[in-house]
Design a protein around this ligand. Structure first.
Ligand code: CDP
Ligand code: MG
Length: 134
C-alpha cells in the first residue's frame, strides 16, 4: 500500500468543493488515513513549493496558497502517488482530462484546486510540513 499527500488548495475551500473533491477520492477506492485544515504561512507555502522558487509564477503561487485555509489529506491505496495525479488531472486546463478534478472544475493554470505529491521523497517532506501546520 502506498501513501501520498493531497491538498485541497484555497480555491477548493472558497468555492465549496471540498465534499465533491473528497468524494472523487473515496469513490476511486482510496483510503483517507488522516485529514486536517490549516491556513498556510508564507514559510510553509515556500517550503512546499521550493522546487519552483525563482520561476515566473512563484510569487503568484505563494500568494494563492496563503490566501485562505486548505485541506491537507494523507491518502492510501495501491499506486496512490501516480493514481492521484491522474485523478487530479494536468495543471494545464487545456490538457486536463475531462473526467479529472481539474478537468471538471478548473479553468485557471494557477488556481487549479488540488495538489498531490510527485514522488515518495516529496510525500514524506510534504507530510511533515502540513501535519505540523496550524
Ligand atoms: O501541481 P502540479 O504538480 O501538477 O504542477 P507543478 O508544475 O508542480 O506546479 C505547481 C503549481 O504551480 C501548479 O499546480 C499551479 O498552481 C502553479 N503553476 C502556475 O501557476 N503556473 C505555471 N505555469 C505552472 C504552475
Ligand atoms: Mg508539482
Amino acid at each position: 500500500m502506498e501513501r501520498t499527500l493531497v491538498l485541497i488548495k484555497p480555491d477548493g475551500v472558497e468555492r465549496g468543493l471540498i465534499g465533491r473533491i473528497i468524494t472523487v477520492f473515496e469513490n476511486k477506492g482510496l483510503r483517507i488515513a488522516d485529514m486536517k485544515m490549516c491556513k498556510p504561512s508564507k514559510a510553509e507555502a515556500e517550503e512546499h513549493y521550493k522546487e519552483h522558487k525563482g520561476k515566473f509564477f512563484f510569487q503568484e503561487l505563494i500568494d494563492y496558497l496563503t490566501e485562505d485555509r486548505i485541506v491537507a489529506m494523507i491518502l492510501e491505496g495501491e499506486n496512490a502517488i501516480e493514481l492521484i495525479r491522474k485523478v487530479n488531472g494536468d495543471k494545464d486546463p487545456l490538457k486536463a482530462e475531462g473526467a479529472s478534478i481539474r478537468g471538471k472544475y478548473a479553468i485557471d493554470r494557477t488556481r487549479n484546486l488540488v495538489h498531490a505529491s510527485e514522488n515518495t521523497e516529496n510525500v514524506e517532506r510534504e507530510i511533515s510540513i502540513w501535519f505540523d501546520c496550524k
